[in-house]
Design a protein around this ligand. Structure first.
Ligand code: UDP
Length: 373
């Protein structure tokens, strides 16, 4: 029997947690040859390589090395670099074969660009994390989600809202598969390993007596006044609850450009770190009292962990984290953030429950759909 040739694409930090369990499940099968393509959208060691090591993902078969740039430049570079790879089936076990299917995950530029290149070469596309909608097209991720879903014929959905969104956009019912959350597969598998790290001790933190902060979305970090107001609140709160803040490179540039480092320097209980590895980060989040974030993935991880999450967004494409889970939307309103933090500190905060199918087995269900079982 000829193996099914599947290309799987990853490019940026939030993709790696999502592909890891799918890669592992594909690699167990002898009827599938999986080729991993890394676009190189994120290329720093602490945003890319460390995740391949800690998540035990095989080295990419193909690295496109596209690097940074504006959205248009990055998308164009990925399209240009991936097309010949897909056209030739390069990296596949039998290089004379074309890819039978392309798998993309999440909502980054690599997701959309790879899907477009594949669709134009008539390679069917499977989108993992399909159907999520913030209904806010000012977010580049929303544009990526809409375009990717429009040209995918297998829409693998992590939560019920995604199924409703895809139905209302008119996607055929047989394209839509509610499979659960592959990122939470990774979290469940690696939580014991995370607990073995020294991340808490290294940051001088005591279990459940600190908060974790991550920020990188333009709505929070690209305007000086907004970012300054958020940092002021964090500085004030840190005197009651120490905060650990692994700073995304984008945010680090803005803090420095806007001259806001003195706010952090004046708050010794904010432990500023460079971005940390997955295991260290999971160690920090899983023992935190509260998480303050604008990350998509972290809203889901905090829900799975049952840790209070104050989400610095006006909307979310992941409503189950608010309706069922532990997240509350606080926008970029510094006062509301302070009010919600006070509720968490007073023990007056409901962390909800974990949505169905976030059970550690989503990747198995993804692979069943991919191979048509
Ligand atoms: N993460 C990490 N180290 C960090 C910050 C985040 O490993 O210093 C992980 C986090 O657990 C989550 C993912 O990176 O799985 C989120 O990535 P990011 O915030 O870049 O993207 P988003 O979720 O906003 O798309």
């Amino acid at each position: 029997m000829t193996a099914m040739n599947i290309a799987i694409v990853a490019g940026a930090r939030p993709n790696f947690m999502k592909i890891a369990p799918i890669m592992h499940a594909l690699q167990k099968r002898d009827d599938v040859a999986a080729t991993l393509i890394h676009t190189g959208q994120h290329y720093d060691r602490n945003l890319s390589d460390i995740f391949f090591e800690q998540l035990e993902i095989k080295r990419p078969d193909v690295s496109l090395g596209v690097g940074g740039g504006t959205h248009a430049v990055q998308t164009a570079r990925i399209l240009e670099a991936i097309e010949p790879v897909l056209a030739a089936g390069a990296g596949a076990k039998d290089s004379s074969q074309r890819f039978d299917r392309m798998v993309v995950v999440g909502d980054v530029n690599s997701t959309m660009a790879a899907a477009i290149a594949a669709a134009k070469l008539q390679i069917p596309v499977s989108h993992v994390e399909a159907g999520l909608r913030s209904f806010d097209r000012s977010m580049p991720e929303e544009v990526n989600r809409l375009l990717t879903d429009a040209i995918s014929d297998q829409l693998l959905v992590s939560e019920p809202s995604g199924v409703e969104n895809l139905r209302s956009e008119g996607h055929p019912e047989d394209h839509i598969h509610l499979v659960g959350n592959t990122m939470i597969d990774t979290l469940r598998r690696l939580l014991p390993n995370a607990k073995e790290t020294t991340a808490l001790a290294d940051a001088r933190l005591l279990e459940h007596r600190y908060g974790v902060v991550t920020l990188h979305r333009p709505s929070n970090v690209d305007t000086r006044d907004t970012l300054a107001a958020i940092l002021e609140v964090l500085a004030r709160v840190s005197s009651q609850l120490p905060l650990v803040f692994p700073v995304h490179p984008r945010t680090a540039s803005r803090i420095s450009e806007f001259g806001l480092q003195p706010i952090l320097d004046a708050a010794p209980e904010i432990r500023q770190l460079p971005p940390v590895g997955y295991l260290e980060f999971l160690a920090l989040t899983s023992s935190a009292k509260v998480i303050v974030t604008d990350s998509g993935g972290l809203q889901e991880e905090s829900t799975a962990l049952g840790v209070a999450c104050l989400t610095m967004r006006e909307n979310t494409e992941r409503p189950s984290t608010v309706v069922e889970g532990s997240s509350t939307l606080v926008g970029n309103d510094a006062e509301e953030l302070e009010r919600q933090l006070a509720l968490v500190l007073a023990g007056d905060y409901d962390v909800g429950r974990c949505p169905e199918l976030w059970d550690g087995k989503a990747a198995e269900r993804v692979v069943e759909v991919l191979v048509g079982e």
